[in-house]
Ligand binder design. Structure first.
Ligand code: 5GP
Length: 206
């Protein structure tokens, strides 16, 4: 993927960490951006809209998309497939936008590996595991079974924080949003390695 101007900001963290609330807080302040809408095989939740929160498709369709190399990355999370489509991301990057991903630790590893030059990654978490449990239980969107699975997943994900550039503890929404705003601004001005070399060559010529 050849891009000169755009940049990627990966947001990961357990479901219930407050990623969507934080994004809503900052979205109007971080300039031109594109939120990558993932494709998933998980059942649609109450309040979700197909094509807005996710593209909801069947497992057979998802597997076909994998074969057709439709995804920049994909992963099996909580028993369902989730994937990031390449095409809209490419377009947004060529338009110089900041591309926002809400993907898990596996997705971050792939994106960082493929596009690390232009990627900044943030892990977002509630302050404690018990706070995460409270949040998941009070939002009442998942069965107890699903909540247990998400908690087990969170315990594993938290072990991989060191793979991220930044950690944001979402205890106070406003404070966490302020931190994320700063990170988003920095992500946008991250200079890809090839551009650094061009810059240095040009600079020495003067
Ligand atoms: P949820 O089912 O709560 O919407 O999301 C479950 C998990 O899947 C979250 O950790 C979220 O970040 C992750 N996820 C959502 N979309 C993608 C994607 O396209 N790729 C990967 N790797 N993970 C995703």
């Amino acid at each position: 993927m050849n891009n000169k101007t755009g940049a990627i900001l990966v947001l990961s963290g357990p479901s219930g960490a407050g990623k969507s609330s934080l994004l809503n807080e900052i979205i109007d302040d971080i300039g031109e951006c594109y939120f990558s809408i993932s494709t998933t095989t998980r059942p649609i939740r109450e309040g979700e809209i197909d094509g807005v929160h996710y593209h909801f498709i069947s497992e057979a369709e998802f597997k076909k998309d994998i074969e057709e190399e439709f995804f920049l990355e994909y992963a099996f999370v909580h028993g369902n497939y989730y994937g990031t489509s390449i095409k809209p991301v490419k377009e947004a990057l060529s338009a110089g936008k900041l591309v926002l991903f809400d993907i898990d630790v596996q997705g971050n590893a792939v994106v960082t590996n493929r596009l690390g030059d232009i990627t900044t990654s943030v892990f977002i978490t509630p302050p404690t595991l018990s706070e995460l449990k409270n949040r998941l239980e009070s939002r009442k969107t998942d069965s107890q079974d699903v909540i247990e699975r998400r908690i087990e997943m969170a315990k594993k994900e938290i072990q991989r924080i060191s793979e991220y550039d930044f950690l944001v503890v979402n205890d106070n929404l406003q404070e966490a949003a302020n931190t994320l705003r700063i990170i988003a601004s920095a992500a946008r001005v991250k200079i890809p390695g090839n551009e650094i070399n061009d810059f240095v060559r040009g600079w020495e010529d003067i």
